[in-house]
Design a binder for this molecule. Structure first.
Ligand code: ATP
Ligand code: MG
Ligand code: MG
Ligand code: MG
Length: 438
């Protein structure tokens, strides 16, 4: 992408409404624009990040055996009346009427709808297990939308739903999602810790929230510091095998949100020097709720014994749009954002330091073309501006690498490569640059 043809509305001033660094940087870097309280347009740079996050989530869900579909954002109120949740959900639910006075709602979550889809066709234990997921916008009329996309009203969530014949199988589905979540967040360069958690309006008897530590987080958490060093399951983890040893490893050390925190147990199980009381950002949550939805909605399957029983379920959410903010909370400095390569909007930014100079233009164009041909996401700053402005902009938007091309280096056949995360700079010959990144 050529910057001169791109749409990157950088803000020079610090936006007053932004209380935390990720919100400030997303606005300043031209990633998002607020259209109403807690409702954002994703501008091209932000949208690229959102798509990268989405793709990682999708790949790991697919790897774990989940199947993608897409449910609508609008749902019938009557569906939610079947489970009693229409009245129970409260003011976070956005309720809408169509021209025929039919009551609808903008989905805050999809347990009811997926159960309806499931019961319409699945009859037998032979069709199980199943795990269906979608990546779709949700609406929750949050009392206090704030911190930009971290607590929006409209936000993008990945939500998966598992269906099993008995409790043992359902627990295995829960474990598969637990392992997939460890991988999803690690691939983004985040340390998300699974913590025992309250189940809230989703209900159920077992739940873990995946939380990354950050002072700006809204949850209070208590952990044994050793959980920060536990190993992430590898890409070739066998999801058909028994995953309970991985789960045991991740759930033995104390880690709990303040809703379920047990001070006496924490003190007993955790040496004083390892007791951490911190704040964190919830980036995902997994629930096991058994027949909470299948029973009232009569989503039943016949077992091997020919007897019908309600299917047992769990649900599994990832805050896809919240992650864009959480990643910045975890990766930034005074100059701006520092993206991990896996989710960066572009991997490389080229800064042509002397636009209009024939040799510099030619070398920049050639490199830009060659990197694109090698399949690398690259943003080419071809604007006629002073070098200082270019450096500041590239630092602000946080691309992992900057290739700086100016007449002085070129005279010796060299360009400079700066690594955003470390600030390290190296001179590389123009001919070797593409191979360095390919
Ligand atoms: P929170 O405690 O932050 O209100 P939640 O527990 O209500 O979140 P869940 O129902 O567990 O949310 O939804 C799954 C995921 O969706 C959460 O883990 C979070 O990452 C994300 N999420 C929830 N609410 C919002 C929101 N208002 N804005 C952005 N992401 C959200
Ligand atoms: Mg909430
Ligand atoms: Mg929560
Ligand atoms: Mg939650």
């Amino acid at each position: 992408m050529r910057l001169s043809r791109y749409f990157l509305p950088i803000l020079r001033e610090n936006p007053k409404e932004a209380e935390i660094v990720s919100h400030r940087l997303m606005l300043r870097a031209g990633m998002i624009r607020q259209e109403a309280a807690g409702i954002y347009a994703w501008l091209p740079l932000g949208f690229r990040v959102l798509q990268k996050i989405t793709q990682i989530v999708r790949e790991e869900m697919d790897r774990a055996g989940a199947i993608e579909l897409l449910m609508p954002t609008l749902q019938l109120a009557d569906l939610w009346r079947e489970t009693g949740r229409y009245d129970a959900y409260g003011p976070e639910m956005l309720r809408i009427k169509d021209r025929h006075e039919r009551e609808l709602l903008y989905g805050p979550t999809n347990e009811d709808m997926i159960t309806e889809i499931f019961r319409a066709s699945v009859r037998s234990y032979r069709d199980l297990p199943k795990n269906l997921y979608h990546i779709q916008w949700k609406f929750r009329d949050e009392q206090r939308p704030r911190f930009g996309v971290m607590r929006g009203r409209e936000f993008l969530m990945k939500d998966a739903y598992s269906f099993d014949i008995d409790e043992a199988a359902a627990r295995r589905s829960y474990q598969r999602m637990f392992v997939a979540y460890l991988r999803i967040f690690a691939r983004m360069g985040l340390k998300a810790i699974p913590m025992r958690a309250e189940t809230g309006p989703i209900g159920g008897d077992q739940s873990h929230e995946f939380i990354i530590l950050a002072d700006t987080g809204e949850s209070g958490v208590y952990i044994n510091s050793d959980v920060l060093d536990l190993p992430i399951p590898p890409a070739d983890v066998d999801y058909d095998s028994d995953l309970s040893s991985i789960i045991a490893q991740w759930t033995t050390l104390y880690a709990a949100t303040d809703d379920v925190h047990d001070a006496a147990r924490f003190a007993k199980e955790t040496p004083p020097e390892k007791q951490l009381h911190k704040r964190g950002i919830e980036v995902g949550q997994v629930f096991y709720f058994g027949d909470k939805y299948s029973k009232p909605m009569k989503a039943v399957v016949t077992g091997p014994d020919g007897v019908e029983r309600p299917v047992l379920g769990g649900s599994y959410g990832v805050g896809v749009s919240r992650l864009a903010g959480a990643l910045i909370e975890a990766g930034h400095d005074e100059a701006g954002i520092i993206w991990p390569e896996a989710v960066a909007p572009f991997r490389i930014g080229i800064a042509n330091l002397k636009v209009g100079d024939a040799a510099t233009d030619a070398a920049s164009e050639k490199l830009y073309g060659a990197l694109q041909k090698a399949g690398i996401d690259v943003l080419y700053d071809d604007m006629d501006e002073r070098p200082g402005a270019k450096f500041a902009r590239l630092d602000l938007i946080g691309l992992p690498y900057q290739i700086i091309i100016g007449p002085k280096g070129l005279a010796e056949g060299q360009v400079e490569v700066k690594t955003r995360s470390t600030g390290a700079r190296e001179n590389i010959s123009l001919d070797a640059v593409v191979n360095r990144f390919a």
